[in-house]
Design a protein around this ligand. Sequence first.
Ligand SMILES: Cc1ncc(COP(=O)(O)O)c(C=O)c1O
Length: 421
Amino acid sequence: MTIHRDTPGSATDLLARAAELDGADPVAAARERFDLPDGVIYLDGNSLGAMPASVPEVVADVVRRQWGTDLIQSWNTHDWWGAPTRIGDAVATLVGAAPGQISVGDTTSVNLFKCYVAASRMRPGRRVVISDPGVFPTDQYVLEGAAALADLEIVHSRPDGVLDVLRERGDEVALVSLSHVDYRTGELWDLPGITRATHDAGALSLWDLCHSAGALPVGLDAHDVDLAVGCGYKYLNGGPGAPAFVYVATRHQAAFDQPLTGWHGHARPFAMEGSFAPASGITRARVGTPPLISMLALEEALRAYDGLEMADVRAKSLSLTGFFVDCLRELVPGADVATPMDEARRGSQIAVRHEHAYGVVQALIARGVVGDFREPDIVRLGFAPLYLSHTDALRAAEHLAEVLAHGEHLDARYATRSTVT
Ligand SMILES: Cc1ncc(COP(=O)(O)O)c(C=O)c1O
């Protein structure tokens, strides 16, 4: 699909263009698959995805029938046991991976830990892990914990400086660990190029896909990525606390010696043997009993992608973010957009820097435009392609213009920050 956008015009032109773009949107029908409250423009699907309308009924069935009536037999009759890899295969279709390489379960933090330690064991004699100091904090915190246990040296580099570090210290590097999309600015990093350079140095790549899975094709297999992790509750819409996923490329699975050797990752879990022996394949990434209600909610949520091409989802995302910035240029001329406008470097969100970013976000929320604030000065607006329209993007820009024009962001209520979002 190609969505054509031309130059910005007047507010009336913008409305006409929004209608035209919405009319040509090949994923527009997916909006019907979501329940969103009336009057809300939800720009926080990059933090907590909206609820697919079919999820409550499925969760009710899981609780009443699978748990309530079928009880323990459900491990077999409803294949609860197979859920991590079955749902992993569903996630795989969205991130460009063949089946058998993704396990769903645990949190992104826990999956990062598995990967850090396993990667260090897969590259014995190499101690360096390159990591972006600007990553989402848990990536950094868990890496610190893993580094202390596995005697690793953390070398900080922004993604655009990784090639220089690899040139200088490549033969010491075990792992390059980066986020595909910067959680603050929405910058999309060069996964194919950095992965190639990582391999040229003999190291492994680990990508955090929290802000790209479900928003763009990723292409894990096509780009020979080694390891990846990601959230289930952002663009995948799995619900609050949805389980995360871990990808281990088939070629590495036999050597993926992850440290959380729980019984679900055992080769013969029901033999109750006295010592650990890893299962073959991706199953060895499992640890313990997964939260099945959440797992099965995620499985149903992924059906919101049924029949959609990720290339169309990506084109819609770029069109939404591009059009939103066009609207800002027209309606909020001084807006300081931190997200790159180069489509090859743009994720699915627009970050606007503002001195009173927290107040701006709260004033927008008071108007029903839900985004979030990120330290120190980011108004973060996520554009989930499945349930947002260009008309929503225009309305959001109009609200932002009005908030700033009326000084609503300076309201005394917003002088103190709440601890969440
Ligand atoms: C890039 C990134 N990694 C990890 C996480 C969260 O990890 P966890 O699921 O362990 O809370 C987030 C959450 O926003 C994130 O943005």
